[in-house]
Design a protein around this ligand. Structure first.
Ligand code: 13P
Length: 303
């Protein structure tokens, strides 16, 4: 009898200790996010759910040389090994480099993204690349609506919307880029422009699909210009985007969606941007082409 009581007491002690350890770990996750939210006090409410930050490097049409691309991928793969597990990393090389870059990333913490895809699976579409093709080589993220696609290649909102739906349907994650032109920023039209892009590009997207999408706010005037939006400007637009999602899909979905900032992000600006409560990541262009710079951005400091 005494032996049974002893075993019973041991079981109770061990399970309650495990329970408290788990509860402590969970509360720390919330506290970290809540603290960073309140310390910033830049106008957003407490975040109820921790969103995993996502840092992505959009190589655009760079580098020209295959060897350089491999060298960059190899350096990033090596440096990612010592980086945080609670941040997601993605590189988005040009199509010809996807497969060899993927090989270099094997065993690292970096995932593969693609810059563009067409909405048909296969057929007579010269120059196009389809979502199943990209999936079959290990692509997990695809950009849609990047401002360079919108302006140079005339991707309109209906094409962007179809792309978003197709990427989701084929089990990958769209990174939907929205953002205003310089004149629109100066005219105070940021919310109208981003709101309209979101309405058109997310037409027909369900709440469950919305949870999976990553939004990138990329003010066009800040792309490749060295003019980064201040953390205050970026945070206010991110808060607007989250509110927009909340109105359409409800608070729970809005709290889950990750919103990246893109536009001249550098090692010097990333820490302050990432400290903003509604900024959940960075979409980096120029600075993602230098291994040391992008490594520093990937290991941004949590202020
Ligand atoms: P830059 O970082 O070169 O400004 O480019 C941003 C961008 O367009 C990422 O998609």
């Amino acid at each position: 009898m005494a032996k049974n009581n002893f075993i019973f007491a041991v079981v109770i002690t061990v399970s309650s200790t495990l329970f408290f350890i788990e509860a402590f770990k969970n509360s720390r996750n919330f506290i970290t996010r809540d603290l960073s939210t309140s310390q910033n006090a830049r106008g957003s409410q407490l975040t109820m759910m921790a969103r995993k930050p996502i840092i992505a490097g959009n190589w655009k049409m760079n580098p020209v040389d295959f060897g350089e691309a491999l060298d960059l991928a190899e350096k990033l793969a090596a440096s990612s090994k010592t980086m945080a597990d609670d941040v997601e990393f993605v590189v988005i090389p040009p199509h010809p480099f996807l497969v060899p870059v993927k090989e270099k990333l094997e065993g690292s913490k970096i995932k593969l993204g693609a810059q563009n895809a067409f909405t048909e699976d296969k057929g007579a579409y010269t120059g196009a690349v389809s979502t199943p093709m990209l999936k079959s080589v290990g692509v997990e993220y695809i950009l849609a609506g990047h401002s360079e696609r919108r302006t140079i290649f005339k991707d309109d909102d209906s094409a962007v919307g179809r792309k978003v739906t197709k990427i989701l349907k084929d089990g990958m994650t769209p990174i939907l880029c929205v953002g205003e032109l310089k004149e629109e920023f100066e005219e105070g039209l940021v919310e109208q422009v981003c709101g309209l892009q979101l309405s058109k590009d997310l037409r027909g997207v369900t709440a469950d699909e919305m949870r999976k999408i990553v939004i990138a706010y990329e003010p066009v005037w800040a792309i490749g210009t060295g003019l980064t939006a201040t953390p205050e400007i970026a945070q206010s637009v991110h808060a607007f985007i989250r509110k927009w999602i909340e109105k359409k899909y409800g608070k729970e979905v809005a709290e889950e969606v990750r919103i990246q900032y893109g536009g001249s992000v550098t090692p010097e600006t990333v820490d302050e941007l990432m400290a903003c409560p509604d900024i959940d990541g960075a979409l980096v262009g120029g600075a993602s082409l230098a291994a040391d710079k992008f490594s520093r951005i990937m290991s941004y400091k949590k202020l």
